[in-house]
Design a protein around this ligand. Sequence first.
Ligand code: ADP
Length: 380
Amino acid sequence: MVGIDQVLEKLSTVIDPDLKKDIVSMGMIKDLELNDGNLKFTLELTTPACPFNVEIEDDVRKAIADISELKNFDLKVTAKVMEGRSLDDDTGMATVKNIIGVASGKGGVGKSTVSLNLALALQQTGAKVGLLDADIYGPSIPLMLGMKDGSMEVEDNKLQPADVHGLKVVSFGFFADQSNQAAIYRGPIISGILKQFLVDTNWSDLDYLIVDLPPGTGDIPLTLAQTIPITGILVVTTPQDVASYVAVKAVSMFEKLNVPIIGVVENMSHFVCPNCDDKHYIFGEGGAKKISEQFKMPFLGEIPLNSGIMSGSDLGKPIMMTNPDSPSAEAFRKSAKNIAAQCSIIASKLQEEMASEGSSETSDKEPTTESTPEPTTTQT
Ligand code: ADP
């Protein structure tokens, strides 16, 4: 009769393409029961936005189909997002598993549009998502969400984020008067405001907090990198931006601060002809990909130049909400999945580091120097 060992042996042939590890050693098999040839278990993915969810489930079913003695097989697929940052700090943000800073070299590349639509795309997979509009000099998220007079309540000395389309949202723009004065704020005041938005907000349980940063390498991006452990930085570029290497400056700053770079998304990358569906790379093709290869950052996707994306942002009706089946929404969804996958890779690396720190503390043996997979598997 088939035994649990045999089942686990078969399942350990299934490899997560992103993490490059087998699903058994990653702890993705839960609640396994085997009774008289009847098998059931739960496959727990590392994110509901896993780009390879279908492939992994197929591989699991194929591996189990190889066991001829089984009478019945019942599979449940769920997801539990991994912690892509150390939650072991005193900032009170231990309920936020991943913090993703969205940066750009210069303004106008569509960073806020991309932040918002990616947040919605992640949320639509079932993840719990927050969006912090930290673009203090030009907070555009309230307008993009169609919020005319957003305000935030305070409960138990904590800001209560607005709940919009299932996202937890905080924006400097909610303080309407203050946002006009923001341009005169500098250094410590600006840093203080960001810290407050981060740690004095009741974010509750979040899988991903997207932080829309101001462009460039000023006080806010620096404060984010230095105040709390974050999962990493997502860089938004456009083809023109790439040509001027302006995004690279932002990347260099975060690298110097030892903040992981999650990858690059190229916005306004191409135009899809509405008549023939052909892609036209009107500003040149492959620029962001080349830069990502040069700087060893994953390339996570390209978003088309599309009037629906623009009017969605400008009219307060994001395309992920109004037209989720459109090719533009699909482009956001693909990028969001690749970002979630990179967060899982960073989380897995973090787990390994913590495990090896733990074992070197408890053992006299030399610490192992197991290499971490190169974070390059993306579906673009
Ligand atoms: P940033 O945050 O980088 O300053 P925004 O997100 O505010 O940029 O976008 C600047 C302008 O570009 C907005 O009018 C927005 O609607 C438009 N935009 C952004 N992305 C796209 C896109 N992919 N296609 C068409 N228009 C876009």
